[in-house]
Design a protein around this ligand. Structure first.
Ligand code: 13P
Length: 253
């Protein structure tokens, strides 16, 4: 059983389509914050909403973050946002290597570079890993191992504990088909084994492992009770406050 404080992260992706709606969703979550004292709640809205949400996020324990970042501080990089920029508006974490970005060409090396830069700025990297499909022979483990190794090989071992890994099998994202408890338990052991090879069992135990992919209020409790997880990375359900809060409640210990 895990003993660390659980995390539930909402990845709003490119939603909602107005600032007004973003504020409504955020305020509704904020109103219920007393209910989730045992769990860290983190929300990654589209970065353009960050300044406004940050302003209404006073006196709460909710953390705001971004869905991607450029690892460089400034310069000629059209359309990009840097760490100091988002940090000024309250970002404390960044999702990195989401499969929807990897699908657009983001490589393991680019993901690793972003993680290194985030750690330097003391912003938590939430690194997404996950296979597109499962094969009988278990070759997908090789794919996942490469995703983890490319990050760990660039980071000093003393900083491993500051990384969060989110196991998000691509086939489970937005499909309504979540990974089973057995799948998740097996993957958690595998991720820990890979980390142990690089560092130690103690370090492996310190790194938080989340699951994402069709998590909702109805399945979060059972998945969390498996004891394999430190929490969830939630897409669609994070835009529905009641559903999102049910997921948070399922992890409150
Ligand atoms: P869904 O919860 O909509 O399946 O999305 C998961 C996800 O991609 C979170 O990053």
């Amino acid at each position: 059983m895990k003993h660390s404080q659980p995390l539930v992260i909402g990845n709003w992706k490119m939603n909602p389509i107005s600032l007004l709606d973003a504020k409504k969703i955020f305020s509704e979550i904020k109103r219920s914050q007393k209910k989730f004292s045992g769990t860290s709640v983190m929300i990654a809205p589209p970065a353009i909403y960050l300044p406004d949400l940050s302003r209404i996020n006073k006196n709460t324990s909710i953390q705001l973050g971004v869905q991607n970042i450029n690892p460089l501080p400034s310069g000629a990089h059209t359309g990009e946002l840097s760490l100091p920029m988002v940090q000024e508006f309250g970002a404390t974490f960044s999702i990195i290597g989401h499969s929807e970005r990897r699908g657009n060409g983001e490589t393991n090396d680019e993901v690793a570079l972003k993680v290194v830069s985030l750690l330097k700025h003391r912003i938590t990297p939430v690194v997404c890993i996950g296979e597109s499909e499962r094969d009988e022979a278990g070759n997908f483990f090789v794919f996942i191992e490469a995703q983890i190794k490319s990050v760990l090989s660039q980071v000093p071992k003393t900083r491993y504990k500051d990384i969060v890994f989110a196991y998000e099998p691509i086939w489970a994202i937005g499909t309504g088909k979540n990974a089973t408890i057995d799948d998740i338990m097996e993957m958690q052991l595998f991720i820990q084994k890979v980390i142990t090879k690089f560092a130690s069992r103690t370090t492996a135990n310190q790194i938080k492992i989340l699951y994402g992919g069709s998590v909702h209020g109805g399945n979060a409790g059972l998945l969390f009770q498996s004891g394999a997880l430190d929490g969830f990375l939630v897409g669609g359900a994070s835009l529905k406050p009641t559903e999102f809060l049910a997921i948070v409640t399922a992890t409150t210990i």
